[in-house]
Write a protein that binds this ligand. Sequence first.
Ligand code: HPA
Length: 202
Amino acid sequence: RVACLQGRFHAYEGYDPSILALPVRALQAAGCETLILTCAAGSLQEEMRPGSLMLVTDHINWSGVSPLVGPNDERVGPRFVDLSRAYDPALQVIARIAANESGIELHEGVYIWCLGPNFETPAEIRAFHMLGADAVGMSTVPECLAAVHCGLRVMAIAVMVNLAAGMQANLSHVDTLAIGREVVPQLGMLLETVMTHLVRDA
Ligand code: HPA
């Protein structure tokens, strides 16, 4: 059985970061064991063009906040969460197999979480590139943190909707939405194939 959430809270909307954990914990409480996150992101790799899909293999939390700040409820998860394998290696294998079977090119890389709501400066993007980031966005990491904390397995797929600041002439939210919409069928097919494997392997 699959539960599907449409939309998400973003820290830049002004919520207390702990709020960002609630939908994930609700899914866990409802019996979910695996969380598949999707997001739009800016690409820091020229060859990862807008419209590409990227499997998130790791992340950098550049936001300075975490949904896990505050008193820890030990019934939910531990105080100090191990993020050594935040993006489940077995799920990454499934994502690669599913992409291969669906004939979809799936890039891989590190996602860096910025608070937003502004897009980044070109100087920030150059710095993030040196830090090892491949894609930049304003979501996904808080949900991953909440999920790993409460024991969910996590997979994340980022849709590149622009080249990051300084790598293309300018950034517009309207343009990123249009690119995002174009990729929906591909992403849908990939997720469907991933879920077929999850059911088969369960
Ligand atoms: N930066 C941050 N978040 C984003 C971007 C970006 O370039 N594109 C889509 N979400």
